[in-house]
Design a protein around this ligand. Sequence first.
Ligand code: GAP
Length: 452
Amino acid sequence: MDKIIALCKRRGFVYPGSEIYGGFGNSYTYGPYGAELKKNIKDLWWQTFVQNREDVVGIDADIILHPKTWEASGHVGGFNDQLVDCKNCQARFRADHLVEDALGQDCEGLPDEEVTKIIKDNNLKCTKCGKTDLSDVRKFSQMFSTQMAKTGAGATAYLRPETAQAMFLEYKNILDSMRVKLPFGIAQQGKAFRNEITPGNFIFRRLEFEQMEIEYFIREEQWKEVFEAWLGRMKDWCDTIGLKAEHVHELEHAQEKLSHYSKRTVDLEFDFPFGKKELYGLAYRTNFDLTQHQEHSGKKLEYFDDATGERFIPHVIEPTWGLDRTILAVLCEAYTEEKLEDGSERTVMKITSKLAPVKVAILPLMKKDGLSEKAHEIFKDLQSLGNCEFDKSGAIGKRYRRQDEIGTPVCVTVDYDTLEDDTVTIRDRDTMKQERIKISELKNLVRERYFA
Ligand code: GAP
């Protein structure tokens, strides 16, 4: 992880947030290449799951929703972690993490008193100062609240802890304004906020992160088959973004560990350098959310089947993707150190071409003698393939290494022969093979070979 984090900073993927003020907790900024990678992932996801499907529509809702949303969903009062304080050094821990790290015991879901007893009976220590002066376990809300300018009811609002709820709030508008019939999905991408007691592992667990979620509305009797179908689509997605099948694993949640809304949950876990951890989730949310919102809002949220004349509240399958974890998994999968034949070493990010932050780098061998101008012309022409980079400074070998480290699939080099015969050299990132080709064939060849 240290090497990946260092590369991310050195090469403009991810910077520590607010660094000039000494950093700020678990805050990060996606630098220019990180922002491109993130955008490419979001666009590919939207294209795959919204634009290319006839049964899914997208929305873009507010982060701050009506506070009653979170009462209905069960998050107010129910979306908690178990917190334990060190009375000596004031460090704070998630009780289940403390117990798991010290004893290898999974105590998630146990009552506070039982977890307190496990900690006391085993004399568990603060992992920061080493003292055994730990508080009793208590609930800690993961919801970030904020004060609105108005007073009275609704003055306290929440930053959404999941994007999902807006899809339930807009379900009726979608039914009324779009020509959807069951089964159909509502998709959204956007920020979610969770007051994590122990954020960490770089961008894996953050206070502020992005999700890409679909609420897929079905008839109750369809749930098993639709669940399996979405599990398949989620695995296909992992393959599309370049995650090796052997690094992605299914984790079936035990019945007693399920969230309050779920009847079945399967996580897709990824082999991160710090262990096998949750990447995505798939849940059968039943008709819990729509039923709750119907009760709390007083608005009918039934579906009318005009073929059968039935009225009922649809059930929901929810596939959910964490965007920041996707970025991290793509970076971890791509990071490669290679020993070359001449004994030198290189680091190369083997990011799949569709997601690469820079599609093509155009490099004049020299700045002078008209090479820069010619290379710049080619750069302007290739820009329709996506984000291209024109880099004219430094030794050519160093420029190739830099492009390897940001994952550019192909470099185009313009040299003195280019001025004579209108040919250029293309260099493949993964094989490092070089090939001479005509400028007139360049764009099509690169498009077909790398981005088709
Ligand atoms: N709507 C369902 C839901 O929010 P979740 O498993 O709590 O389910 C979905 O979150 C995904 O969001 C996770 O699989 C993970 O990828 C991502 N995620 C959750 N908490 C996160 C955090 N603190 N930082 C970064 N990503 C997070």
